[in-house]
Write a protein that binds this ligand. Sequence first.
Ligand SMILES: C[S@@+](CC[C@H](N)C(=O)[O-])C[C@H]1O[C@@H](n2cnc3c(N)ncnc32)[C@H](O)[C@@H]1O
Length: 437
Amino acid sequence: MTTTDRRAPRKAQPGKAQPGKIEEPQGTPARRAALKLLDAVLRQGLPLEAALGAANGLPNPADRGLARAIASEVLRRLPDLDDLIDSATPKPMPDDAKARFALRIALVQALAMGTPAHAAIATALPLVDGGPRRLVHGVFGTLMRGEATLPEPPSLLPEVAERWSLAWGDDAIEQARISLAARPALDLTLADPSATAHWAEQLGATSLMPGHLRLDNADVTGLPGFEEGAWWVQDLSASLPARLLGKGAGTVLDLCAAPGGKTLQLAAAGWQVTAVEMAAKRLGRLSENLARMNLTADLVEADVMQWTPAAPADAVLLDAPCSATGIFRRHPDVLHRVKPRAIADLAAIQAKMLVRAARWVKPGGRLVYAVCSLEPQEGEAVARAFSLPGFAIDPVRVDELPAGLVPTEEGFIRVPPGALAEAGGCDGFFIVRFRRD
Ligand SMILES: C[S@@+](CC[C@H](N)C(=O)[O-])C[C@H]1O[C@@H](n2cnc3c(N)ncnc32)[C@H](O)[C@@H]1O
């Protein structure tokens, strides 16, 4: 971790203390915010990104960054942290006990983030003020004295390991654990793939296929090419669906479009794009992204399940709303929030959306369906169940993929956990392309 707070907790300054109010150690507000974030994800089922806006009104950006880093690290290591806590408590603490949250926050810092143990516990204890401070202090002390460690790589939540082991095999579980520990690289997509070598040199990046660059995480806005709109941030896997439609050949409907990585790709490839998105705020971001890149698309704020285009299109890309379990490396909250029931509900919506999208494809046109999900119910099962007359799978060719990825026997792209691990990995994805007679 790079965002740590190694400052020892400081006592309140004498002149500033308010009568009757116990001053908190410096650093506690960030831990309090981390607690709120974890509560929002684990108890309310909110995405961490959504909780970040709602849950912490911290004025200091460094504190906000620290709160987010602590919460993310807890989510990466939750099963292992809980095993440690359970090994040191006389009777099991409820999952949602504040004491358990405080211990998770203190332990993850001391054992995985390089925070000195005394600072980790001193800043976490106020989270249980008026409650079991002695218990929290005692459990933390026992574990520290016993030189407790967290396993590397972190363990997956048992229910996720079971689900993915059934879908992708035990080796994929090991790979998923390794990718959970690693910090994903920063991937960029170039507006002009023919300039890949030029930008790779400018940015000191590697490239896994034309139009793709990979570099260590960096301050994006400070990189060469940002201002002039030479590239945008997009995981390699997320760039594959739009690539399957090739160079612009008429009109394309980009359904469920924001924040617009695929809209940008399609517009840059010369398509006449209509981007449909129902979330107004996200559509605003798409519009800003287009402006920075100096690209154009018709933007429609609408629910794909209600909206109908004025005319069919030469191509339709449906990047359907999904569980997003494929992006667990950057967003470990998905591992905890996404339950089998939600996956089944999403799969039902995706199947309906795909049929709707298909009706808007001109004869001779193509349809791409994609989800950033590692759940076969949302990917393979939706593709196999799709049976509109006149449509057939247009199998993906190996030369359309980065070296190391191959299409499945059915012609799908399935990016499982651990794909391209030696090159730095990529998000889990499912993609299928159909052609209409
Ligand atoms: C996976 S994200 C899309 C990512 C996007 N295609 C990109 O490349 O940047 C799914 C998007 O679908 C939108 N969405 C969900 N249900 C929708 C619906 N019924 N109609 C339109 N948009 C929808 C969500 O607001 C979200 O922005």
